[in-house]
Design a protein around this ligand. Structure first.
Ligand SMILES: Cc1cc2nc3c(=O)[nH]c(=O)nc-3n(C[C@H](O)[C@H](O)[C@H](O)COP(=O)(O)O)c2cc1C
Length: 397
């Protein structure tokens, strides 16, 4: 008997808006699980075409969604797995300008505490491009000093990134104290100097973009700050801003304010604007496009352990039924991700990193809780293989 799946994905803080976006049905056993959107949303998805300005700015960015920067997750391994499932464009996690300038690998990190524990930021080597497949990719730079930000941005171009994205959004307390990331939403003039320095340092043919929150907090003064920076972004020649509909103070708590995104696209119909926040399953992508008018949707927590969200989005855009992953597909993706991750981080680092991905992948399994617990116990490549052999075997394997 068919039953709804993923109702458990209605995370705390999610509004009913997202929880009802997709009527998902799962037919266990031999049938392929499918995801069905409510009819008007399905029609919207099937008739949607990406704004031509997006692929003409970044060739290859051919669908209205992408993988967001996710510190501690969105390394080259995760990006490649996403691309193999239909993701057209990825952003690296935020990289500190100083780490970039100092050469990354083998050099001292500026502040190991922030990098490792607080923000999960890595060295540039962790984001190194894994062959030609990992394009188009935006390198995201974060820092304080305009000159260093410019030099860090230029390094990203040297490393082969196709786009430079400036982080004015990170809400982590230590980052804010050091006047980086979301801090700039209280200091619009400083933000504009940084943005200019980056744009000037990056060759004209490389697009620059910005990631920002909708404000520092909900006061009228901070709303004006947002407007000042947002206007400056486009005046300085930035291609687009990705706006996360939460305030910096909100961090990740409470809903992302989609009506704010809708008001932006209404006020500025000529600007390319991307949206972020509360994208947990494929229906949310089209709901955000429909409700806000943004030109592309940033998929963040919704794609951790769920690269199929990209394939499903493409299926829905082709008017097909979107398919949830079979056990065999889950096994293939897990193996692929594991191989790439250990290639990047070594067996010990890769196995450790893959525990958290395994836990996220487990939600697709029929016996999710048992599989989740099995991934929690994984310490080595052998343990990893044992979980796959025990829980991801199909008659065809
Ligand atoms: C663990 C984690 C790490 C993140 N790291 C970054 C980052 O490095 N750069 C960035 O622009 N946004 C980062 N974000 C923010 C996400 O890209 C996204 O804007 C946010 O999670 C809201 O989207 P969601 O509610 O759909 O997850 C991070 C979010 C999380 C949860």
């Amino acid at each position: 008997m068919a039953h709804r799946i993923w109702s458990g994905h209605c995370l705390p803080g999610r509004s009913k808006r997202q929880c009802t976006a997709a009527m998902s049905t799962h037919t266990p056993s031999t049938d392929r699980p499918t995801i069905t959107l409510e009819a008007p949303l399905a029609r919207f998805a099937a008739s949607y075409s990406i704004d031509e300005r997006v692929p003409s700015t970044v060739p290859g960015f051919d669908a209205p969604f992408f993988q967001a920067g996710l510190a501690g997750y969105s390394d080259a391994a995760m990006r490649l797995v996403a691309r193999r499932h239909g993701c057209p464009y990825c952003v690296t996690e935020a990289l500190l300008d100083r780490t970039l300038i100092s050469g990354g690998k083998g050099r001292t990190r500026e502040d190991p505490d922030i990098l490792r524990e607080e923000c999960g930021l890595g060295e540039p080597s962790e984001n190194r491009l894994h062959g030609l497949e990992d394009h188009p990719v935006a390198g995201q730079v974060m820092g304080t000093d305009p000159d260093e930000m410019g030099r860090g941005a230029a390094m990203l171009v040297e490393l082969g990134h196709d786009v430079v994205d400036v982080n004015l959004a990170c809400p982590v307390k230590k980052v804010r104290r050091r006047k980086r990331g979301g801090h700039f939403l209280v200091a619009p003039e400083e933000a504009l100097v940084v943005l200019k320095s980056v744009r000037d340092a990056v060759p004209d043919h490389i697009p620059c973009t910005v990631k920002m929150r909708r404000a520092w907090d909900d006061t009228p003064e901070m709303a004006l700050n947002f407007d000042r920076i947002f206007d400056g972004v486009y005046e300085l020649g930035y291609a687009w801003a990705t706006v996360h509909g939460r305030t910096v103070e909100q961090k990740y708590v409470g809903p992302s304010k989609w009506p704010f995104l809708a008001s932006l696209t209404e006020r500025f119909p000529d600007r390319i604007i991307f949206g972020s926040g509360d994208i947990f399953e494929v229906g949310d992508i089209f709901l955000m496009l429909q409700q806000t008018g943004v030109h592309a949707v940033s998929v963040a927590r919704g794609c951790i352990g769920n690269p199929w969200i990209f394939r499903q989005a493409r299926q829905l855009m082709s008017g097909e039924t979107a398919a949830a992953p079979t056990i065999a597909e889950q096994r293939d993706a897990l193996l692929d991700h594991f191989r790439l991750c250990t290639a990047l981080h070594g067996e010990v680092g890769g196995s450790r990193m893959m525990r958290k991905f395994g836990i996220r992948f487990s939600v697709h399994h029929d016996d999710a809780e048992t599989v989740r617990k099995a991934f929690i116990r994984v310490k080595s490549a052998a343990d990893w293989q044992a979980v796959l052999d025990r829980w991801y075997i199909t008659p065809q394997s």
